[in-house]
Every structure is written in structure tokens, then in C-alpha cells.
Design a protein around this ligand. Structure first.
Ligand code: PRP
Ligand code: URA
Length: 207
């Protein structure tokens, strides 16, 4: 069974407060998303495989380790883009493969509008989306990444609803879920409460 990891850290709490505040301006909101994503990615990458590499320091030869294997980042457009650069800073060689979904506000079902995958999937992928609400977009995204052929998949989100976590666990029990916070519930419009509102609109200033 995949793990559900909710980060418990003073810095996560601090930056979440900025993110949740309704009058946080878009540039500060984007910075907070990136800081939280760095903390998420640190946790979510703890089991990455490494291979040994000997390097010469100014003093001697040192036995080092470097990350082994191809790693794919799969941001779910639009809001997932806000997380991508932070993970790329930690894993500069990571490949970025985009998936476009929007949530139909009447049916609440994810509607796919963009997919950019290569013929050869990486061994490992991190699906990025700040909001895991009903879980529809995440489940569909993970499903496409699995069909592409990726063996090991983790879902990174900033705020999750319990309903979304349960849906991903039921549909994809092998997938690890990392969240900065698992909130209380979804409201009647399937927005996360207390949440932060619409992540894509707040990142891209399209409210
Ligand atoms: C948001 C969010 C997720 C989805 C979560 O995207 O970024 O992709 O909703 O909802 P779900 O768990 O119920 O599927 P949105 O549809 O607002 O698109 P956007 O990122 O382009 O703003
Ligand atoms: N998408 C968002 O951006 N926010 C929510 O609370 C739910 C879905």
C-alpha cells in the first residue's frame, strides 16, 4: 500500500499560512507554493536510488553518491506548473512532461486537453498538482502516467481533502501521496475547506 504523508514541520505551517490568506498577492502566493514544494520534494525523494561516484576533492578522492535513473515530473496544468521549478531546482536533470486537465465545474469531472509524453517513459515520476480535491484530476493523471509505462509514481500536492486522498488510495493503492496539509472537507462546490481558494487563478492572477 502506498504511503500518505502529511508534512508536519514549522516551516510548512508558516508558508501555508501565507498561502491560505485571502489577500496574499499572486507573486507572494507563487513564492509560497515554491517553498512548500521544495519541502514536499525533499520528503518525497528520500527513497530515490543512487549510484556511487568517486570525485576528486582538492584534498583527496571522495566516495560520493549521485541520483540514478531518469526522473519525470508531471505537472497537471495549470496549477501544477507553479510547483515544477522548485522540484527542478532540487533535481536539475529531471524531465518535465505536461498533462493538461481542467475540472468541469458542473460535472466535477477532469477534462483532458493536453498530453506530452515520449515513447520511452522514465522509471519514476512525480505528479504535481497543488490541490487534491475530489481526486478526479489526480486519479486520471496517475492513470495516464501508468499507461505510459512508469513503474513508480508519487503524487505531490500542497493541500488535499480527505475525499481526494481516499479516491487516489482506492484507485491507485500503490501510489505514495505527499501533502503539506490534509484539510477538513470539500464544500458543496467541491472546494477544499479551509483550503486556499482556486490555486490556478491565484498563481496566474486570473481571479
Ligand atoms: C484544480 C487543481 C486540480 C483540480 C483538483 O484545477 O489544480 O487540478 O482542480 O480538483 P479535483 O481533485 O476535484 O479533480 P482546475 O480545474 O481549477 O484547473 P487550473 O489548474 O487550470 O486552474
Ligand atoms: N481546485 C482548486 O484550485 N481549489 C480547490 O479548493 C479545489 C479544486
Amino acid at each position: 500500500m502506498g504511503r500518505v504523508v502529511e508534512l508536519n514541520h514549522p516551516l510548512v505551517a508558516h508558508h501555508l499560512a501565507t498561502l491560505r490568506r485571502k489577500d496574499t498577492p499572486p507573486h507572494v502566493f507563487r513564492d509560497a507554493i515554491q517553498r512548500l514544494t521544495l519541502l514536499l520534494a525533499y520528503e518525497a525523494t528520500a527513497d530515490l536510488p543512487v549510484r556511487p561516484l568517486a570525485v576528486e576533492t582538492p584534498l583527496a578522492r571522495a566516495a560520493c553518491n549521485v541520483v540514478d535513473g531518469r526522473i519525470g515530473l508531471v505537472p497537471i496544468l495549470r496549477a501544477g506548473l507553479g510547483m515544477c521549478e522548485a522540484v527542478q531546482r532540487l533535481i536539475p536533470e529531471a524531465e518535465v512532461w505536461h498533462l493538461g486537465f481542467y475540472r468541469d465545474e458542473d460535472t466535477l469531472q477532469p477534462v483532458e486537453y493536453y498530453q506530452k509524453f515520449s515513447e520511452h517513459p522514465p522509471a519514476r515520476a512525480f505528479v504535481l498538482d497543488p490541490m487534491l480535491a475530489t481526486g478526479g484530476s489526480a486519479c486520471e493523471g496517475v492513470e495516464l502516467v501508468k499507461r505510459w509505462g512508469v513503474q513508480t509514481i508519487s503524487m505531490l500536492c500542497v493541500i488535499a481533502a480527505p475525499e481526494g486522498v481516499e479516491k487516489v488510495r482506492a484507485g491507485h493503492p500503490d501510489v505514495d501521496i505527499f501533502a503539506c496539509a490534509i484539510d477538513d472537507h470539500l464544500n458543496e462546490d467541491a472546494y477544499i475547506v479551509p483550503g486556499l481558494g482556486d490555486a490556478g487563478d491565484r498563481i496566474f492572477n486570473t481571479l
